[in-house]
Design a protein around this ligand. Structure first.
Ligand SMILES: [Zn+2]
Length: 410
């Protein structure tokens, strides 16, 4: 074995050990060096060296003093250095761009929301993204560090090239967002599909720790899902697993989906569908309340407005949500019977109208569940309207824990 090869091996081993220790510190919230040694199987001197490096070079870990001693020297307790270390997450949606600045434990420091204004085009959207990042950068104190920016985009994002291959919501095909952001941002940034990030956020920063089998459904303008099986977010052969919006829930339907097929869940239950059914109800004089809420202008009707009318017991709007919930339950039945998840989370704009959708689902779901899947819990996404933004944070945190990011300058 050549000397150079041996040297590389040592460096690789050192990095691998450091990642293991960093993960143990994060997972245990706070832990002593001796416990780190026990859990990792590494010798106390190696632990001391690695922890010192994580504290003083990487500045990701800090000491919180000495613990109780059961005889001998009291153990040094360490934890992730939460203070002064921040991450930015952004959800680039078709209606809103939402951003958050959070610490390493996903505690919100600041939030921001602006209208996407799709019609103004790609350059305007890039400008808005850059401005959000710059505003967060201005808010930090001199000692604060922002490690990177995560970004969730609605559409098919090629994780190898970073090219947004197609985004029907934005009308984009083969867009190199990374190239534009590279010119404008002075922070490392990473992006992925918004629903995949929602799942990643739920997996790493959700309400339940260590959940290994769950699905998250993103109900917005379109419908998609992220599927986590045995702790792994499914990618599929070409990276596009989870196209839940395109399972057929009505084989006799005459409603054509934008994918070309008929009776897809997305064609029958998305925010886009709710909006067009709401408009039709007003056009056909089926809902005075909806007309009133839209101030007589059917173009102002949104899925949110239809939900508002349904919550006030407007029959036409209730029927729309009732049908949507029925189709959705068929879909939830497919996922649950197939994958046996512990929980199916629902996020995205359509899920944010109080209990309306969840109550309807609860009343219908059992029709489509095998007794063995009937225990599945159906819950709103942990982080509500920030579910994708938190997922984007989880993406950066993942890079950070993998020691792929360099310590930023203040
Ligand atoms: Zn379809």
């Amino acid at each position: 074995m050549s000397k150079e090869y041996k040297k590389m091996d040592v460096a690789l081993l050192h990095l691998t050990n450091k990642k293991v220790i960093l993960k143990l510190i994060k997972d245990n919230v706070q832990i002593s060096r001796s416990a780190l040694s026990k859990k990792s199987g590494l010798t106390p001197p190696t632990i001391t060296r690695l922890v010192d490096e994580l504290m003083h070079v990487d500045q990701l870990v800090e000491s919180i003093g000495l613990g109780d001693s059961s005889g001998g020297r009291p153990p040094l307790i360490v934890k992730l250095k939460n203070e002064n270390n921040y991450l930015i997450g952004i959800d680039l949606g078709a209606t809103y761009i939402r951003g958050c600045l959070v610490d390493l434990n996903a505690n919100f420091v600041s939030e921001m929301q602006v209208s996407t204004e799709l019609e103004k085009g790609f350059e305007s959207i890039v400008e808005k993204l850059v401005k959000i990042v710059e505003k967060f950068q201005k808010r930090k104190n001199p000692d604060d560090k922002i490690w990177g920016v995560g970004l969730g985009v609605a559409g098919l994002v090629n994780s190898e090239t970073g090219i947004i291959e197609s985004s029907p919501d934005f009308g984009w095909t083969n867009i190199d967002l990374g190239k534009e952001l590279d010119k404008r941002l002075d922070l490392p940034f990473f992006y992925d599909n918004s629903t995949r990030l929602m799942a990643l956020g739920e997996l790493n920063m959700g309400i339940r720790e260590n959940q290994k089998n769950f699905a998250i459904i993103n109900m917005g303008y379109g419908i998609a899902s992220g599927l986590v099986v045995e702790g792994i977010l499914l990618k599929g052969y070409s990276g596009f697993a989870g196209e839940f919006g395109h399972i057929s829930v009505d084989t006799d339907s005459e409603v054509q989906c934008k994918c070309g097929m008929y009776g897809c869940l997305e064609a029958l239950a998305s925010g886009h569908r709710i909006t067009s059914l709401g408009k039709a109800a007003v056009e056909n004089n089926e809902s005075e309340l909806l007309k009133e809420l839209a101030r007589g202008d059917k173009e102002l009707i949104t899925a949110e407005l239809v939900a508002l009318a349904a919550l006030q017991n407007d029959p036409a709007s209730l029927k729309i949500y009732n049908d949507v919930a029925e189709y959705l339950c068929k879909g939830i039945g497919v996922i649950s019977n197939l994958l046996n998840p512990e929980t199916v989370y629902i996020g995205g704009g359509v899920s944010l109208n109080g209990n309306l959708l969840f109550d309807l689902i609860e009343s219908k779901k059992n029709k489509y569940l095998l007794p063995s899947s009937a225990k599945v819990k159906i819950l709103p996404a942990t982080h509500g309207d920030q579910a994708t933004a938190i997922g984007a944070v989880a993406l950066v945190l993942d890079k950070m824990m993998n020691l792929e990011l360099t310590n930023p300058k203040n």
